[in-house]
Design a protein around this ligand. Structure first.
Ligand code: AMP
Ligand code: FE
Ligand code: FE
Ligand code: ZN
Length: 281
């Protein structure tokens, strides 16, 4: 069984429609794929229809952008939650709105130094999609400022850049509790991905575990080897599930579907714990 529990469509910052992500999952010989767009479940219906047609099982999911009180970014994966849970819906709506305003601010700062307009950015965003820096990167690529998204993230769009603006994001322990309340299974995405910015310390792990964290995404290309050993010990000590995933974004990132996989027993545990929606088969 080939199971990949982290993929994005153009409902957020992936480059393919949800149905095409499922088609790519079939081509990559996956048996199971999770659609985990940032702060949105809008792709679930289209992905589910494609999954039934193509014989790939779909785990409906989402990736929630969070921030600790120390200002450290945390990504939380949620599987099998109720997409209509009022508290969770309110939180992701708030985040999506904040991302829009934040992107406008970043673009106006960038426009002082680069040939970039708001329209250029919107051109790369599917209607209703969760706006992110990758869309700004696409406009910078089109303007010839950088060669690809990765170059944009390595230079002018890093979180250390003077063009970077922060947006509202919930506290990670609060998000864990909300996901559980919505019947979902919360998994800490790429926890030690230091290339993306500062990583959290013991206090945040403790708070997230106390709030009901289910698992850690350990096998992910952005987690360095030393960090993975630490995470494995943490998972063992607290009985957390261990997942492995690609974080596929279509052509928006080098990550390939199936480059990391999750064990079938772990998926079985996730399915047992997830009561807000069901795996589509
Ligand atoms: P944002 O949520 O708007 O701050 O943008 C962060 C998102 O950009 C992450 O969730 C990734 O999906 C994406 N991202 C981060 N680094 C890269 C990269 N090097 N190339 C392409 N996309 C990236
Ligand atoms: Fe992303
Ligand atoms: Fe992420
Ligand atoms: Zn992701």
């Amino acid at each position: 069984m080939r199971i990949d529990l982290h993929a994005h469509s153009n409902v957020s910052d992936g480059t393919q429609r949800p149905a095409d992500v499922i088609a790519s999952a079939a081509e990559a010989a996956l048996d199971v794929v999770a659609l985990t767009d940032h702060d949105s479940t809008d792709g679930w219906a289209e992905a589910a229809a494609a999954a039934r047609e193509l014989g790939v099982a779909l785990v409906p999911g989402m990736e929630i952008s969070c921030r600790t009180s120390e200002g450290i970014s945390v990504h939380l994966l949620s599987y099998l939650h109720d997409p209509d849970h009022p508290g969770l819906l309110e939180e992701i709506t708030k985040a999506k709105d904040a991302r829009f305003i934040r992107a406008e601010r970043m673009v106006s700062l960038l426009a002082e130094d680069y040939p970039l307009s708001w329209d250029d950015v919107i051109h790369h965003v599917a209607p209703g999609a969760t706006l992110g820096r990758p869309h700004i990167a696409d406009a910078l690529v089109a303007a010839g400022v950088v060669a690809d998204r990765s170059e944009a993230f390595d230079t002018i769009l890093t979180s250390r850049s003077r063009y970077w603006v922060q947006h509202y994001a919930p506290d990670p322990a609060y998000a864990v509790a909300l996901v559980r309340d919505a019947g979902g299974v919360p998994v800490f995405a790429h926890p030690v991905a230091s290339s993306r910015g500062r990583i959290v310390g013991d206090k945040t792990y403790r708070e997230m575990i106390d709030a009901g964290l289910a698992g850690l995404e350990i096998d992910h290309r952005d987690n360095p080897e030393e960090g993975r050993a630490f995470l494995r010990r943490l998972a063992q000590r607290h009985g957390l599930l261990v997942t492995g995933s690609s974080d596929y974004h279509g052509t928006g990132k080098p990550n390939l579907l199936g480059e990391n996989l999750t064990a079938p027993e772990v998926l079985a545990r996730i399915e047992e714990q997830g009561t807000g929606s069901s795996v589509v088969r």
